[in-house]
Ligand binder design. Sequence first.
Ligand code: FES
Ligand code: FE
Length: 443
Amino acid sequence: RNDAGAAPSVSLTDLFDEKSGTISPAIYADPQLYELELERVFSRSWLFIAHETHIPKAGDYLATYMAEDPVIAVRQKDGGVKVFLNQCRHRGMKICRTDGGNAKAFTCTYHGWAYDIGGNLVQVPLEQQSFACLDKKQWGARQARVDSYKGLIFATWNMDAPTLSDYLGDAKSYLDLILDRSEGGTEAIGGIVKWVIPCNWKFAAEQFCSDMYHGATSHMSPMMAASPDTLPGDPTDFSGRQFRASRGGHGTGFFVEGAEWLWRVGQAGEHVSGFDIAAAEQRTNLHRSGKRPVGFSQHMTVFPNFSIFAGANTARVWHPRGPGEIEVWAFGLVDKAASDAEKEQMRLMTLRTFSAAGTWEQDDGENWVEVQRVLRGHEARRTLFNAQMGAGAPRGEDPTFPETITNAFAEEAARGFYAHWQKLMTDVDGSFSKAGSYADAAE
Ligand code: FES
Ligand code: FE
């Protein structure tokens, strides 16, 4: 901790420098910075919890995490969702030890305290005989604040945070490309695939936020397999945009033309029978290129650790597990309007490309793991990284793509991600992440 115990190895104001476009690599490896992240980034931001379709009926629940904190998301009888800490108020045992299902109550397996689906403490063994005056109302599970946007449920511990809608801000129109491109929106398919990667969470979150650049090198093998006429290292037929949220650290990049291989990999949109491109264009109020709505080659991060890759129908959370490890929780995200056969086709395609054993997924994880290994070196942790790509490019000139710069190959969204992250990290009392000041804080 910064104020108790060892200090971080770098000053908090030197972690990221927007002017010079440099990143201190200590941010991926320093344990004190990680502790500070749990407090100032994760406990103050809106965090993705589940898709609405993961828990459709009353009593349906999903045990997940908000950063390192285990939580349970439960559908209530009135249709709402509660998210509470998966921690018994007696001695801290998990009150739910399964991954998900349907429950009428959660009973702690240590001494038997029982909580209803709203997290209220409802039963205590030997209460009459052994507790003089236990006010059970005071001892319910700790509740998070919950909100949702077009099928995605988020929660935060920050009761003063802006609404989820304000938090997402201008990133909403880019999320809409994925979430609202056809009637009925999206649904989650298949299970949640979970795996561990020994790397810092920011490598994954930043890459999905901003990095369209790595594809032509890192993914060249599967690209050539999918599209044999692809030229190694030649990205010249790709053009696209990169969006940096005006505040909040969210970002996305997408190709507008070319990138033929992406269409051979992705199965979304045009592959859904009856998909109406003109309607999608109107719904999302965004442009399409030729026959293709632009969103389908898009990957995006909602700050801090939720990402979607529309081209591969995958959504995932990068749960941090210390400075050098993440648990990836990924699920298939498809248009509800697709037929069962098409959904199955998408599910298989996602498993084969971007999933634990997916050929493309391996390319990305390999880089993050290797970078993290290099950072075991003392000198390596003191040698700045370059994040200058596309700096100074004009923003917001194309009304079709608000707040974008005119090249997918840039690090504009990454700079937005780190600028917001650094603001949170230096915000001692949490005032920056409160609703009022947040609304005025252009980044
Ligand atoms: Fe849960 Fe004791 S820890 S009942
Ligand atoms: Fe990749």
